[in-house]
Design a binder for this molecule. Structure first.
Ligand SMILES: *Cc1c(COP(=O)(O)O)cnc(C)c1O
Length: 406
């Protein structure tokens, strides 16, 4: 049922569970890691496989619009992150997009040798920086202060500030605008990783004035496992961006088959090779669930759900310690609790249909996705947590067995 929230000025449309294929008996609090399957995405995949690939074969690049799909999907993501049309390219994985943004940013500040990130950043972002530093072999170094000290660490020798807006462990949020301003004041290039922000919080990438933003689409955007990543380059600088991965689909005229690389005059220059059409088609279908949704409504619902969850869990499970900022304004759309036996407790929860995840060393992590979660879900999840923690059910030795993915 639609209701108008007069104060906020949007039509209330959440949740929209009927658009998702939620398995029976599951309360899914892991949409921050792998979003739920949107109901019509499977049919779209089936159509691409049997009708387009199966029947049209190579012709489908033109006849089924495959060649345009990366740009179209980029434009749909652009709307969700506050970026203008044509400024977002899609494809590859987020790790690759981090590498591309970093390599391009370093080229823009040839006299500087510091990459500044923070200690809490996602390991792959830091690893990609370390790998790039090794390849360049020009005396670059990576500086990783604690997240709260980042602004102080932006000195005049910093070439690029590369941060993830929402911390994957605690959900703590950086202030995009303030840090970007500080980076620019010191003459550094700014890269934002929006892996835990896109589809989770309202974003104004253009308004932040950052040069680059990157993110993945299998978390809050529900694009499916391994769905393509995205990269934004600020339109006024994109023509001076030197792509480190100069693949043919970032070329201005791929089918001219020229021997020399000549980059496209747009964010398309940050494409690399042949796009993953099956995954892009699924992501395109998945993005339909955002039609008519206001990100401010998503944010309001996310805060209501996470505040309710924290209150219920703290009342029922005094053994757990909140590891996320208590102020919802300082959090993205996830909540983490610390507990010595977090891994085992999470396995016991999952066996009872409450799916979150574990992050080393001791965190139970829960994501809030207002498109397919409601208040009754978070209360029911807290009830199961009370059984598992209060009743010591996690003590069963079977919950100690570590799987490859936690
Ligand atoms: C999820 C996540 C990644 C994962 O990168 P992939 O290349 O998609 O595996 C990287 N960085 C951050 C900040 C993430 O949250």
């Amino acid at each position: 049922m639609q209701q108008v929230d007069e104060k906020a000025g949007y039509i209330m449309t959440l949740p929209r569970k009927d658009l998702f294929d939620l398995p029976e008996g599951v309360i899914y609090l892991d949409g921050n890691s792998l979003g739920v399957l949107p109901r019509h995405a499977a049919a779209r995949a089936q159509q691409v496989i049997t009708q387009e690939w199966g029947v049209q074969l190579i012709r489908a690049w033109n006849s089924a619009g495959w060649m345009d799909l990366p740009r179209q999907v980029g434009n749909r993501i652009a709307r969700l992150i506050g970026a203008p049309e044509g400024s977002v390219a899609t494809g590859d994985t987020l790790s690759i997009k981090v590498y591309q943004a970093l390599a391009a940013a370093l080229k823009m500040r040839p006299g500087r040798r510091i990459i500044l990130s923070d200690r809490g950043n996602f390991p792959s972002d830091l690893y990609m920086a370390q790998g790039l530093i090794g390849t360049l072999d020009k005396g670059y170094s990576l500086r990783t202060p604690p997240p709260e000290s980042v602004v102080k660490a932006i000195t005049e020798d910093v070439a690029v500030v590369m941060l993830t807006e929402v911390d994957y462990r605690s959900g703590r949020r950086h202030d995009m605008k303030a840090i970007t301003d500080a980076a620019h004041a010191a003459g550094a290039v700014m890269i934002w990783d929006l892996a835990h922000s896109a589809g989770a919080v309202p974003l104004d990438v253009a308004g932040s004035n950052a040069e680059f933003a990157v993110g993945c689409s299998y978390k809050y955007l529900n694009g499916g496992p391994g769905a393509p990543a995205f990269i934004y380059a600020r339109p006024d600088i994109v023509e001076s961006v030197e792509p480190a991965l100069a693949g043919w689909l970032g070329h201005d005229a791929p089918f001219a088959m020229e021997p020399g690389y000549r980059p496209a005059m747009s964010a398309e220059r940050l494409r690399v090779g042949t796009p993953p059409i099956l995954q892009l088609a699924v992501l395109d279908a998945a993005l339909d669930v955002w039609e008519g949704v206001d990100m401010h409504e998503v944010r309001a619902a996310s805060i209501a759900l996470s505040e309710r969850f924290i209150a219920e869990v703290e009342r029922r499970c005094p053994e757990l310690t909140l590891a996320s900022p208590r102020d919802p304004g300082q959090r993205g759309s996830q909540v983490s609790f610390a507990f010595n036996e977090s891994y085992a407790a999470m396995q016991a929860l999952i066996e009872r249909g409450v799916i979150g995840d574990f992050r080393a060393p001791d965190l139970m992590r829960f994501g809030f996705t207002p498109l397919y979660l409601d208040d009754a879900d978070v209360v029911a999840a807290a009830e199961v947590m009370e059984e598992v923690i209060g009743g010591g059910l996690w003590r069963d030795p079977k919950y100690q067995v570590r799987a490859r993915v936690t």
